[in-house]
Design a protein around this ligand. Structure first.
Ligand SMILES: [Zn+2]
Length: 336
């Protein structure tokens, strides 16, 4: 098997992860609609089928299962923690080893359950275990960005029919994150205010795109939503990164997430979706303070209602048939 590496595309200025061992997974994803695994390895009793736990939560309600949420290294990681960076040139091209971390967070021992059907305590447990891992991974100064994603359903890139998230620590800042960060910094330098704080003020004054809110968080459809029913969950108070343990904040986040995912399921007939945490990059050194003032953490949720066409892949042009004001109104009207 060829080792794989990271390569930088000088034209698009982005790093690409080459993971040759993923060939079967990727081919299957493009040709099959059915779940690929006969056995769900994330169920209690099958822990031997996954990596050894890095961390686990034990909720009294699950005493018989042994755990309520657990984190372990991905069995087929796209990034490897033991690698040296090995940054070098190949002619005009840049390459480096696949340095990084790739972990799986199994959010519940229950199989075949919608995320919003978990209790607030269960969802809070899942989020707090993620925050604990971020706090630990950021201590590794080789890492520059920690990406937390949840892909639910095959159409969203999910591989197992179970509630799980993935944590990946990269030795570079992903291009879309860098772009957003640059925009936030530019805005802050001119206005001495955080862009997302200003967006929250605007959304709370317009009210047309707000779906639900509580004391600490607000969920809304962005003004220029790229995808139908795209949703942002944002803390009301300026924070660059969500770090635990802060039980109140985690609980409020769990509450609003439960409501938002419930509304998505009811309104859109349980679609596949992607949910991504956006945090300030880690180990920025000299620009850390400016980034912390300028970048406001948030969650993006994208129900997978449509395929991604070529104008998006090659030109970054999004075509969205659903106005965010209509999407928000539709979701607001879904009653618990
Ligand atoms: Zn802010």
């Amino acid at each position: 098997m060829i080792e794989g590496n990271l390569r930088r595309d000088p034209l698009n200025k982005c790093w690409v992860v080459f993971a040759p061992e993923k060939v079967n997974t990727i081919i299957q994803q493009s040709s099959e609609k059915e779940a690929k695994f006969d056995i769900n390895p994330y169920l209690p009793g099958l822990e031997y089928a996954t990596g050894k736990d890095i961390l686990r939560r034990i909720n009294p309600a699950y005493a018989d299962k042994g755990w309520s949420a657990r984190v372990f290294p991905a069995k087929n990681p796209i990034l490897k923690i033991e690698s040296e960076k090995n940054f070098r040139g190949e002619g005009l091209y840049d390459t480096m080893a696949r340095l990084g971390a790739h972990e799986v967070v199994v959010e519940t021992p229950k199989s075949d359950i919608n995320f919003d059907r978990l209790s607030i305590e269960e969802i809070a447990d899942a989020y707090s275990i993620i925050m604990d891992r971020i706090g630990d991974l950021k201590k590794d100064s080789r890492f520059r960005y920690i990406l937390v994603t949840k892909n639910r359903g095959l159409d969203a890139g999910g591989t197992i029919n179970h509630n799980y998230s993935e944590i990946k620590a990269f030795p570079f800042i992903p291009p879309i994150i860098q772009y957003k960060l640059d925009n936030c910094i530019q805005y802050y330098k001119i206005k001495e205010r955080c862009l997302v704080c200003d967006i929250i003020d605007q959304e709370l004054s317009d009210r047309k795109r707000v779906i639900v809110e509580n004391d600490m968080f607000i969920a809304f459809c962005p003004y220029a939503s790229r995808y139908p029913f795209e949703i942002m969950i944002v803390p009301r108070k300026h924070r660059n990164i969500f770090e635990g343990p802060n039980e109140d904040v985690v609980k409020e986040l769990a509450k609003i997430a439960k409501t938002v995912f419930y509304k998505i399921r009811m309104a859109l007939n349980a679609p596949a979706y992607n949910s991504v945490f956006h945090f300030q990059p880690v180990n920025s050194r000299e620009s850390e303070d400016l980034e912390a003032k300028a970048y406001h953490w948030h969650i993006s949720i994208i129900p997978r209602m449509s395929n991604i066409p070529s104008e998006m892949i090659e030109a970054g042009i999004f075509v969205n048939p659903t106005l965010p004001e209509e999407a928000a109104e539709f979701l607001r009207n879904i009653r618990d």
